[in-house]
Ligand binder design. Structure first.
Ligand code: URA
Length: 245
């Protein structure tokens, strides 16, 4: 396997950025710095270090499932009250996975499930900066001033929220639809932000998680991520590939 392809598949950087890292002398194969292009490695036998850190492909037994969660399902693998859970929805995958983060019972949309604890921990960490985009149906018509407040950060009882991207998708006197992109993941954050500015949420759906969208899935359906998608998800925000998340 070509070295830059291996680095991309391992989630270090995009192929192009991986080539640059190689040229910069940041990559060692079996203890030797490699700067030439087109070097081939054996992922099973060769040791690859980037900036002194060992790099490996995801283990073959790792599972990554993207679920379009309907409202009315609890984000847990077992509920003491016997309510419907996301486990019921992915049971036919036949693998043991657990949710990365959480959607409220009454929130629908994109939920990632995996048995890759390391990636799950990284994704859950705010410094990783995964963007989460929500469509929120709210009461009333938020004014431009309200949209600005949401963008700048809203004071909640657990502190001010980080800047968000906000767009009025559909405005109406009774109800409106907003798109909100945040990278924090506090408990019921979107609902609390919108309530704080006087426009309570009546329906909430997560439509994007980092590079992943719901495209092609119907409510209640799931699919496995491709290797490329896992690699893309593994790249840190603002990483060396220079792309924004
Ligand atoms: N924000 C919320 O309020 N609820 C969710 O489920 C996700 C984000």
């Amino acid at each position: 396997m070509r070295l830059h392809k291996f680095l991309a598949a391992a989630g270090v950087a995009s192929r192009r950025a991986a080539e640059k890292m190689i040229r910069q002398g940041r990559v060692k194969v079996n203890g030797e710095t490699v700067t030439g292009m087109g070097v081939a490695i054996d992922p099973a036998a060769d040791q690859v270090l980037v900036d002194g850190k060992k790099v490996a492909l995801p283990a073959p037994d790792r599972e990554y499932i993207l679920l379009y969660k309907p409202a009315g399902f609890v984000t847990t693998m077992s509920d003491p009250y016997g309510r419907p859970t996301v486990r019921d929805l992915v049971r036919d995958a036949g693998v043991r996975v657990f949710p990365v983060g959480r959607l409220d019972m009454d929130t629908s949309g994109l939920l990632l499930l995996t048995n890759d604890g390391e990636l799950a921990n990284r994704l859950a960490h705010p410094s990783y900066g995964v963007e989460k985009e929500y469509l929120a149906r709210v009461k009333g018509l938020p004014s431009p001033d309200v949209l600005k407040r949401l963008e700048g950060g809203v004071e909640l009882e657990d502190g001010r929220t980080a800047p968000a991207r906000v767009r009025l998708v559909k405005g109406g006197r009774q109800n409106s639809v907003l798109s909100l992109t945040i990278h924090e993941g506090r408990n019921r954050q979107v609902r609390r932000m919108l309530k704080a500015v006087g426009h309570p949420v009546t329906a909430l759906k997560r439509v994007r998680y980092g590079p992943l969208t719901l495209s092609g899935l119907a409510e209640g359906e799931w699919r496995r991520l491709s290797r490329d998608e896992v690699a893309e998800l593994s790249r840190p925000a603002g990483g060396d590939d220079g792309r924004k998340r």
